[in-house]
Design a protein around this ligand. Structure first.
Ligand SMILES: Nc1ncnc2c1ncn2[C@@H]1O[C@H](COP(=O)(O)OP(=O)(O)OP(=O)(O)O)[C@@H](O)[C@H]1O
Ligand SMILES: [Mg+2]
Length: 425
């Protein structure tokens, strides 16, 4: 798994509380026994002034703040281990939602609210790896509130047990939908893919604009979906504060996930805000093609999707051949070309040549609105009775083109369902 850790792992998590100063420079702290986590960064008001995101004094309803807000302190609940054990029926196997690099994620129900499920991420207690990530998640996500960021409800820190409790996302991860197998996994239609990319882009733009936060691990498995396919970014374990205004990047140990991590970061450890934009470009391409960011079972030269795909993105005919066969040709050709062009700019080798996430959001919204307009019913004046209500015709249907089913790797999607992510270390 190769997760980098620079901390001393000899002491228990409780002992480590005194060293809760975040190594990633967000000056927040957690105190056990107090039911809030606190921030001393004092940056909220600046953020409000600079970015247009409101720093609120209380309330965490993302609905009330569609553009997001930075809370002066988080309202995280501290759960006892016993409470979470009971919520997940003793972490029973049939409650497992998935497994990542740091441990399993379980579905559960709390005693005090049986109607609302929760997701409980339990970090592997043997190794204590992931402590820093756990800490970052609490510090960062605990204070950020946005409709496109998953809601962290609370945490548990008891003996060697580290757990995080999130809102439950009914439709799981984008990764499951793009690459999962079985009858439960329905291919995502074009419009949903567009909606997901806009949601995820808004979430990332919020992080960049609000506190110049570099997310560092943008990938399909970290984009979670609610019942209406609203996308929410999860996992802030690797998030890092971006450079000060006079600097272009921060230099840091290389962490993230192969296939998504930006080339400059992997090569030099120089991390830019725009390094996230590269990861976003990779996810856009995954959505277009239905191919994984990294797949070593593909022929040589095709392992890394971004490197392999670039020449195909700028060529309309090649792109058509590469589109996800599970779309069955049901997508507007023009929009697919526009998104491919956008992806190409996100994948520019030079960070400065990549668009900001704000521009990415605007571009995607524009593409979606044209799509939407083309679907609007256009009023038609009837020759027989112009006054007659309801006499409409629908705008001309999209000229969807059907892409040839292109065999890949000897025939379609033959990848294992959920391989563990390959992280950069
Ligand atoms: N809040 C949630 N609601 C519903 N399902 C979730 C939630 N959080 C995680 N999951 C499920 O658990 C899986 C594992 O998540 P996790 O973040 O631990 O690993 P990952 O994203 O696959 O890899 P990594 O460890 O690199 O982040 C997700 O892919 C998703 O299917
Ligand atoms: Mg994850």
């Amino acid at each position: 798994m190769g997760i980098c850790l620079s901390r001393n792992t000899s002491s228990s998590p409780a002992d480590n509380q005194s060293s809760f100063t975040n190594t990633d420079r967000l000056s927040s702290g957690i105190s056990q026994g107090n039911n809030t986590t606190t921030s001393s960064s004092g940056s909220s008001s600046n953020v409000s002034g600079n970015s247009g995101f409101s720093a609120a004094s209380g309330g965490s309803e993302t609905e009330a703040y569609p553009n997001g807000q930075i809370l002066p302190h988080s309202n995280l609940r501290i759960f006892s281990f016993a409470e979470l054990k009971s919520a997940t029926r003793n972490f029973r196997n049939d409650t497992v939602l998935g497994e990542g690099g740091f441990g399993k994620v379980y579905k559960g129900w709390l005693q005090d609210d049986k109607s609302t499920p929760i997701a409980v991420k339990k970090l592997n207690s043997e190794s204590m790896q992931g402590f820093q990530e756990w800490q970052s998640e609490v510090n960062f996500l605990g204070r950020l509130s946005h409709p496109n960021l998953v809601k962290l409800l609370g945490y548990c820190l008891e003996d060697r047990e580290l757990l995080l409790v999130y809102e439950f996302m009914q439709k799981g991860s984008l990764e499951n939908h793009l690459f999962g197998r079985g009858s439960a996994v329905q291919p995502l239609p074009w419009d949903i893919r567009l909606k997901i990319s806009i949601g995820a882009a808004r979430g990332l733009a919020f992080l960049h604009e609000s506190e110049s936060l570099i997310y560092r691990d943008f990938k399909a498995s970290n984009i979670l979906l609610d019942t209406s396919y609203n996308a929410k970014i999860s996992d802030f374990g690797l998030a890092k504060l971006g450079p000060s205004e006079s600097k272009s990047h921060v230099t840091t140990r290389v962490m993230g996930t192969y296939g998504y991590a930006a080339p400059e970061y992997v090569a030099t450890g120089h991390l830019y805000v725009k390094s996230d934009v590269y990861g976003f470009g990779v996810v856009l391409v995954e959505m277009l093609t239905g191919l994984r960011a990294l797949d070593t079972s593909r022929p040589a030269g095709q392992h890394t999707l971004a490197d392999w795909i670039k020449p195909h993105l700028s060529d309309r005919r090649k792109l058509k051949h590469m589109m996800d066969s599970r779309l069955e040709g049901r997508y507007p050709s023009k929009a697919s070309v526009q998104i491919a062009q956008l992806a190409l700019t996100c994948l520019e080798p030079e960070p400065k040549n990549r668009p900001s996430m704000k521009v990415v959001v605007e571009t995607l919204e524009r593409i979606a609105s044209v799509n939407e307009k083309a679907r609007q019913p256009v009023p038609r004046i009837s020759k027989i009775n112009p006054q007659r209500p309801g006499n409409f015709r629908h705008a001309q249907q999209h000229q969807y083109h059907r892409s040839a089913l292109h065999p890949r790797n000897g025939g379609g999607h033959q990848l294992p369902s959920y391989p563990l992510p390959q992280r950069v270390s």
